[in-house]
Design a protein. Structure first.
Length: 251
């Protein structure tokens, strides 16, 4: 199983002091999800985002893929981009599942991993298989109404219609087979034990992943915090990454 991930620079100059790689949620474009948060991180970070197959800038999937095979490609691609710089990873939901996989590996370029709106297992396998079958029959527009309720904190769609509408439009435009294959990848995934520094951030109003047990609860956010409160998430990421690297250095 192979993937061909699309990588996009979202903010910062090539060769900036630190490299942060960010990952998307199922059904989202990484640029729409992360661009405002990436810009708020400041000039010290080069921020690179990746898209799932058939999502955003990603070409449709050519066949089945798994969370570990996406982690394999990211590791290979980012090794070449890092150039010896400090490198960290932050991913949302599906991107967070990839983060758990990266954190369970003893080698690779990522010194620290942040998983947002994610857990070692997200949902139940049968639910993901049923969703894959539904999308294959009806297409990704069938997911829009439910995702509007799951993705955002109460009132966000009304407060920020441009942001919410852009994300939901991108969902409706996602390749149906690629989305279904991503659901099946989540059905198979369960994270191993982390061996790299790992923190979990969950929105206060997330109905997909419980904030109970999170390292940081993001006030006022639902399942997609980098889009819902980009400035607060940027501040939190800077603080968390600083603390994690200090912990790593002094361990």
């Amino acid at each position: 199983m192979t993937t061909e991930l699309s990588l996009t620079r979202l903010a910062g100059a090539e060769g900036a002091g630190q490299l942060l790689v960010v990952g998307p949620s199922l059904g989202t474009s990484v640029s729409l999800l992360w661009r405002d948060c990436a810009a708020a991180l400041g000039d010290g970070f080069e921020v690179i985002g990746w898209d799932l197959p058939g999502h955003g800038n990603g070409a449709p999937a050519k066949g089945a893929f798994t969370v570990p095979c996406i982690a394999d490609e990211l590791t290979e691609r980012v090794d070449a981009l890092a150039g010896g710089r400090p490198c960290a990873y932050a991913g949302v939901s599906f991107g967070g599942a990839v983060g758990f996989e990266l954190a369970a590996r003893g080698e690779g370029p990522f010194e620290a991993v942040v998983c947002i709106g994610a857990a070692p297992r997200i949902g139940e396998p049968e639910m993901w298989r049923e969703r894959a079958a539904l999308v294959r029959r009806a297409g990704t527009p069938v997911m829009v109404d439910g995702s509007a309720r799951r993705w955002f904190a109460p009132g966000f769609v009304e407060r920020a219609p441009r942001v919410a509408g852009g994300l939901l439009t991108a969902l409706a435009e996602t390749d149906r087979e690629s989305y279904a294959l991503a659901c099946e990848a989540l059905a198979l995934f369960e994270a191993g034990e982390a061996v790299r520094p790992l923190r979990v951030l969950v929105g206060e109003h997330d109905v997909v992943v419980s904030p109970d047990g999170a390292d940081v609860v993001l006030a006022g956010c639902g399942h997609l915090p980098p889009a819902e409160d980009p400035a607060a998430v940027a501040r939190t990421l800077i603080e968390v990454l600083r603390e994690m690297r200090c912990t790593t250095t002094t361990a």
